[in-house]
Write a protein that binds this ligand. Structure first.
Ligand code: HEC
Length: 148
């Protein structure tokens, strides 16, 4: 192989290696679950786990790429931001994003398209989406404060 091929490849590998030791992106943590909403049904809970728990609970099933920069920065940032607004595992504390939950699903904002692309199992069949909306409305917690 010529130098023109080898040098850029070596540079890229070194660059990615350096990214791994940069102190960005936070920790992969799953703090204890202190309280969950009183789900109206098992189905609602299952659908929330499927579509929302990756970023809105303390039971994140961390994907393998969440260990590798630069992907780790995005994944950990999403989980930090998601938990800060709405954490289904900390229902003994105020959740500022709770009231927007139904609206975020109705509008197709959650789960995000990029996430579903990488994790197709987190996406909704149309019936699942309807069931989660109905279930959240029936679960105590004012998930539909915007009133869609
Ligand atoms: C891949 C991670 C991820 C998943 C999965 C996810 N969210 Fe989010 N969510 C976020 C992030 C990051 C934010 C903050 C930034 C934003 O609003 O886009 C957020 C914000 C929110 C908010 C705050 C208000 C809003 O709309 O911005 C609500 C409500 C919400 N999500 C509900 C949900 C629900 C309900 C699900 C499941 C159907 C879900 N999310 C799935 C990452 C996620």
């Amino acid at each position: 192989m010529s130098r023109t091929v080898v040098l850029p490849v070596v540079a890229l590998v070194l660059f990615i290696a350096v990214l791994q030791v940069l102190p960005f992106g936070g920790e992969r943590t799953n703090p204890p679950v202190t309280a969950e909403p009183q789900w109206d049904s098992l189905r609602t809970h299952e659908l929330a786990v499927q579509a929302c728990f990756a970023c809105h609970s303390n039971q994140t099933d961390w994907p393998w790429y969440s260990d590798i920069a630069p992907f780790s920065w995005k994944v950990r940032g999403d989980v930090d931001a998601g938990r800060a607004l709405l954490n289904f595992s900390a229902w003994d504390r105020p959740q500022p994003g709770a009231g927007a939950a139904v609206g975020s699903i109705v509008e197709g904002h959650m789960p995000s398209n990029a996430y579903v692309l990488l994790n197709p199992a987190a996406g909704f069949e149309p019936a699942e989406q309807k069931d989660l909306i109905r279930g959240l409305r029936a679960t105590p917690g004012e998930f539909d404060a915007a009133g869609d």
